[in-house]
Design a protein. Structure first.
Length: 170
């Protein structure tokens, strides 16, 4: 015969006629059918853990999830642009993507401009990118941004949107 506490389930009794030493509850007799049912329930719950349930997200839901990530600090426009990029990537590759905001935060960064990215990425970006000093003096921002844009596209991924850019880590 096997016994267990009716309150906490403990099976440790120094004296079979006393109450449960852990919770002072009463013991109850366990028959084999109860133990068998408990074992079966445990096995069924383990088999359920191997099944995955998926939820399909639309652009707005992806953008909201990214925007809520306080550690990434995405702007709304940046989160939306990144969501659209991820959807397009999924469509182009034909593979379903799993939304992992932590991984995305590690793989991409948002900047207000290409110049902000260059300042953050390089110690002396003008020299590192071979920016002609004449362009800087002349205020030829478009040429400078083209050089930065080309560098990023040669080494990683660039997403441009109204209000900034998102650059992949490389």
């Amino acid at each position: 015969m096997k016994f267990a506490c009716s309150r906490c389930g403990s099976r440790q009794w120094p004296d079979p006629d006393s109450s449960c030493p852990l919770c002072r509850g009463h013991r109850q007799e366990l028959d084999e059918s109860i133990e068998s049912a408990a074992r079966d329930a445990g096995q069924n719950s383990q088999s359920k853990q191997t099944n995955d349930m998926k939820t399909t997200l639309n652009t707005e839901e992806i953008a909201r999830a990214l925007h809520r990530d306080d550690n990434a600090n995405w702007s709304w426009n940046g989160a939306r642009a990144l969501a659209e990029y991820l959807e397009q990537l999924e469509e182009d590759t034909g593979e379903e993507l799993e939304l992992d905001v932590c991984a995305i935060r590690c793989d991409f960064s948002e900047y207000e401009s290409l110049l902000d990215w260059a300042t953050d990425y390089f110690m002396q970006w003008r020299g590192d990118l071979n920016i002609d000093p004449y362009w800087d003096e002349k205020g030829d921002l478009e040429r400078i941004e083209d050089v930065i844009r080309s560098y990023i596209q040669d080494h990683g991924m660039l997403i441009e949107f109204t209000g900034g850019v998102i650059v992949s880590s490389f």
